[in-house]
Design a binder for this molecule. Structure first.
Ligand code: PLP
Ligand code: LYS
Length: 420
């Protein structure tokens, strides 16, 4: 079910014409469909329901889209939160997500971040090195608390995705090598202030095949057996996120959440562990578009340049990962054209696509980049002293501004410089 549809010749998000939003708040603006988010949250929870021991916890990866109102919506839809900084932890709490539904991941948690999350409460820390476990032990002991934790295992499995979003090979910074796991668990079990009951894995993002995930989960299953055999009481397996989303015709079609859930059930059948999941993109990717206006059309050597008012600072994915985003006119003319779509930023990399056949549009027309709800606004920045794009949430035939356009002056520096 696509909640971005043409109605009477104009692209709508649910019941709201995108033209209405552009007229009211300007462009570029991220527009999210609440119905799509609700649906994806429900589909993911249903896909893994009943798997493992006890109810699975689907902890939404906040980094994908940390807007406060998006988080509140997803929390209300039953999701917990996977956070990677104290900023994300605070936002998840402020959005009403209960502490026992929050996992804290990330390769560089500071002692200060650990201390605040531990005293505020959380489900567990996903610890990425023995050094981090020692610091967590010291933080917990100083508070007289016990920190629940699991190690993130690096299974050395290639995820078959873009190198810059691959996280589970020996050459990546993430997790502890599987070969070190038994020694690290044995040491951690002996440290004060740690309750070591978890194990976790996350091998990358936008995966379009289940095979690498299955290989990683098999590795986790083997380790659970080995760790229990040496006396570690493993009760929780966090299988991370990473399932890819469809980007449209001609792009790799990832398996759906149902197929993922079936694979998980099969692989984890004998584990007797509570399962956690950390989907990000799956929940919000196709719930959002970036709405932008054509500033100018300029002749080019092979194809004309369609210069739009969104730049790489607003949507970095094409520049960072050569990512493909479907581009559609908000009011399609019925004719096509081959164009290069670029932003106004002074970087050659500020190129969304080259020589793409798409709806024919002209100066002043609105277009959207699809599948921009994940890793869109959250990765944006103020390069070229550009504002941060506004964000709008649509719910049925109503819409609301959920983040104001942020003025470049807000990022400019202090008003009065005080030399010391
Ligand atoms: C530890 C961890 N969990 C979950 C995610 C979410 O990934 P995705 O948005 O691909 O589901 C990420 C990002 O890749 C991550 O690093
Ligand atoms: N930012 C990446 C995904 C990173 C996943 C982070 N763990 C993307 O847009 O594809």
């Amino acid at each position: 079910m696509d909640h971005f549809q043409l109605i009477d010749g104009a692209l709508h998000c649910e019941g709201v014409p995108l033209e209405t939003i552009a007229d009211a708040v300007g462009t570029p603006t991220y527009v999210y469909s609440a119905a799509t988010m609700d649906r994806h949250a429900a589909v993911m929870q249903a896909a893994v329901a009943g798997a493992g021991a006890g109810e699975p916890l689907v902890a939404y990866a906040v980094k994908a889209n940390p807007n406060a109102h998006v988080l509140a919506r997803l929390g209300a839809a039953g999701l917990g939160a996977d956070v990677v900084s104290i900023g994300e932890y605070r936002r998840a709490r402020a959005a009403g997500i209960a502490p026992d539904r929050i996992v804290f991941s990330g390769v560089g948690k500071t002692a200060g971040e650990m201390a605040e999350a531990l005293s505020g409460g959380l489900f567990q820390f996903n610890v990425e090195s023995m050094e981090e476990a020692r610091t967590l032990s010291a933080v917990a002991a100083a508070q007289g608390r016990v920190a629940p934790m699991g190690f993130r295992i690096n299974p050395d499995v290639s995820a078959g995705t873009h190198a810059k979003i691959t996280t589970g090979t020996a050459d990546n910074k993430f997790g502890v090598p599987a070969a070190d796991a038994t020694a690290f668990y044995a040491e951690a079990a002996g440290l004060p202030g740690l309750a070591v009951h978890g194990i976790t894995v996350h091998i990358g993002s936008q995966l379009t095949s289940l095979a690498p995930l299955e290989a990683a989960f098999e590795r986790v299953g083997e380790l659970i057996a080995a760790l229990r055999a040496q006396g570690n009481d493993i009760r929780i397996a966090d299988l991370g996120g990473g399932l890819g989303v469809p980007h449209g015709p001609g792009q790799p079609e990832p398996p759906g959440p149902e197929a993922y859930g079936e694979m998980v059930r099969r692989v984890t059948a004998g584990w007797n562990a509570r399962l956690l999941f950390e989907p990000g993109r799956l929940i919000v990717g196709n719930a959002g578009v970036l709405l932008t206006r054509v500033v100018r059309v300029k002749p080019g050597a092979r194809s004309p340049w369609l210069i739009v008012d969104a730049g790489m600072n607003d949507l970095m994915r094409p520049a960072l990962y050569d990512a493909y985003h479907r581009i559609e006119a908000v009011r399609p003319s019925g004719m096509n054209q081959v164009v290069n779509v670029v932003g106004p930023v002074c970087e050659t990399g500020d190129t969304f696509t080259m020589n793409r056949e798409m709806d024919r549009v002209e100066e002043g027309d609105l277009i959207v980049f699809r599948t921009a709800g994940a890793y869109g606004a959250t990765l944006s920045n103020g390069y070229n002293s550009r504002p941060l794009a506004a964000e709008v949430l649509v719910d049925g035939d109503k819409w609301a501004l959920i983040r104001r356009r942020i003025d470049p002056d807000a990022l400019a520096g202090v008003d009065e410089v005080a030399w010391r």
